[in-house]
Design a protein around this ligand. Structure first.
Ligand SMILES: [Fe+2]
Length: 512
């Protein structure tokens, strides 16, 4: 995308309410803004395979229960000479969202796509299939925690403006459930979420919240430019969810299972994730192979297998062997998949997941935050023990959730006199717009007591990129401390090399 046009777009977005019903501006077709488009929520693609990808859009149906939607995929930006095309139906049962699971494409190629309904074309999107064979490199952008009233999604805009990114990995908190004013008041910035006056609890609430976020110009631009692989964290449902409840779910808000189901239904309708049949729709773990270079394992550490969070001083229960974060089905799937990827000669393994795996203790020796893997130490040790016992090499863990940037190495017991080998590295992406922790840790004390934490930044918002090749991976954090205005200045602030075959973090200075 041309940078000048993009800045115009972002400026337009900054001047308008995010949820204004006629906000039909879309990234590649600013000139079409004058036409009332049925595609007010943009377009998106996701869950690429080596021969296909999921295309997503939503149509304004003007009262119709069903609407025909034509789609086309082409190698050319003008959508000429289509390589695939067809017609689908957007129905009221799915809130007039529609997904096309396109197959028959070639691996490792960029494609353009678009939709047409009621004689009006959508913006044109670009997507990319996963590579086969031995790709020279893979470049992922990693994001989490975008709270609309907290600020502009500048990280999304900056990712949209990058041509080198192949895929966006979203680690959750794509949206927040709160009423306006509960976690940020978007009034002054024109970023009031819909519904504004209440927390999302019903299917209609969650659908409206997704619709509102999908009108953000920088979010639209990112979706139009790159495919996404997304998992949820807690706020797509409700704060600090576990399988049977949540911190922010009260008895007067109805049955938790009903609310959870409503949130999941809206997420499945509105996100560019592959529809599943024959398995419970609450299961979202799935994996993606980039030829023999990388396998990406996307996890749900939030809902499907999570036992209730415990007080940090309930040490006996906290450390019990049976305590679960992934649940037995997902845990088995992950361990089997890790082993298989090694057997198949895949160079790198990456876990895309929500909560910090690194061990963090306070001065009293107790875990700082039991909503993270620290609240489920036996479950964590089963993963790390498996990596150690089977000598599973070259594992990178990607994490979101905590609104700050971390570069750490993982030992089974980092506090032991001899902590043993580094089994993986963990790279934590900052928030897109959610605020950093209100009480930031004393970094000097943190580093002194935690030699496995190589770097922490608790001030900035932004995004992370990870580039993989056959020799090393490179992690780069891109930061801004200004989300009160829309802009694209997110320079590289910190970078580390992770040599293949020797899990470690080697700083690159200046960051690249
Ligand atoms: Fe968050």
């Amino acid at each position: 995308m041309h940078r000048r046009r993009f800045l115009e777009l972002v400026g337009t977005a900054a001047a308008t309410s995010a949820c204004r019903p006629d906000a039909t501006v879309a990234p590649h077709h600013v000139e079409r803004a004058a036409v009332r488009s049925p595609f007010a929520h943009g377009i998106a693609s996701g869950d690429p395979t080596q021969d296909g990808v999921v295309l997503w859009t939503r149509v304004e149906a003007d009262g119709a229960e069903e609407l025909d939607v034509d789609w086309v995929v082409s190698l050319r930006p003008d959508l000429s000479d289509p390589v695939a095309r067809g017609r689908g139906v957007a129905t009221i049962e799915r809130d007039h969202t529609i997904k096309i699971d396109v197959r028959g494409l070639a691996p490792g190629r960029s494609y353009y796509y678009g939709f047409e309904a009621q004689g009006v074309g959508s913006p044109v999107g670009r997507t990319r299939t996963l590579p086969a064979g031995s790709p020279a490199q893979a470049l992922l952008a990693v994001v989490s925690c975008a709270n609309l009233p907290r600020g502009h999604f500048n990280a999304y805009g900056a990712i949209a403006a990058r041509d080198d990114v192949e895929l966006v990995v979203h680690l959750g908190d794509y949206l927040y459930e709160y009423a306006n004013g509960r976690s940020g008041d978007g009034t002054a910035m024109g970023r009031v979420p819909d519904p504004a006056d209440r927390e999302c609890t019903t299917l209609d609430d969650y659908r409206r919240r997704h619709a509102c976020y999908k009108r953000d110009a920088q979010l639209m631009a990112m979706h139009a430019r790159h495919p996404m692989i997304a998992v949820w964290d807690d706020h797509e449902i409700v704060n600090n969810t576990w399988i049977g409840g949540a911190e922010n779910h009260q008895p007067d808000e109805g049955a938790f299972a009903v609310r959870r189901q409503a949130a999941i239904q809206a997420w499945r309708e509105w996100m560019p994730v592959r529809d599943v049949t024959g398995t419970a729709p609450i299961e979202i773990h799935r994996s993606f192979r980039f030829g023999d270079l990388l396998e990406l394992f996307m996890l749900d550490t939030r809902i499907v297998g999570r036992d209730r969070q415990l007080p940090r001083d309930d040490w006996a229960t906290l450390t019990s062997r049976g305590r679960s974060l992934l649940g037995p089905t997902q845990e088995r799937w992950l361990l089997d998949g890790l082993r298989r990827s090694v057997d198949d000669g895949v160079a790198w393994r990456t876990l895309g997941q929500q909560v910090l795996m690194t061990q963090v203790r306070d001065a009293d020796g107790l875990p700082r935050n039991t909503d993270m893997w620290d609240g489920y130490p036996a479950a964590r040790d089963r993963i790390l023990g498996f990596l150690q016992d089977l000598a599973i090499p070259d594992v990178v863990v990607l994490t979101g959730d905590i609104h700050s940037s971390w570069a750490t190495v993982l030992h089974r017991d980092p506090f032991a006199a001899a902590p043993g080998p580094v089994l993986a590295v963990e790279l934590t992406a900052p928030a897109v717009s959610s605020p950093p922790p209100a009480e930031p840790p004393d970094l000097a004390a943190l580093h002194a007591a935690h030699p496995h934490i190589r770097w922490v930044d608790v001030r900035h918002r932004g995004y992370l990129t990870v580039r993989y090749d056959s020799r090393e991976a490179t992690a780069t954090w891109h930061h801004t401390d200004d989300v009160a205005r829309a802009h694209l200045e997110l320079p590289a602030r910190k970078a580390f090399r992770i040599p293949r075959g020797r899990p470690d973090l080697v700083e690159i200075d200046p960051p690249a």
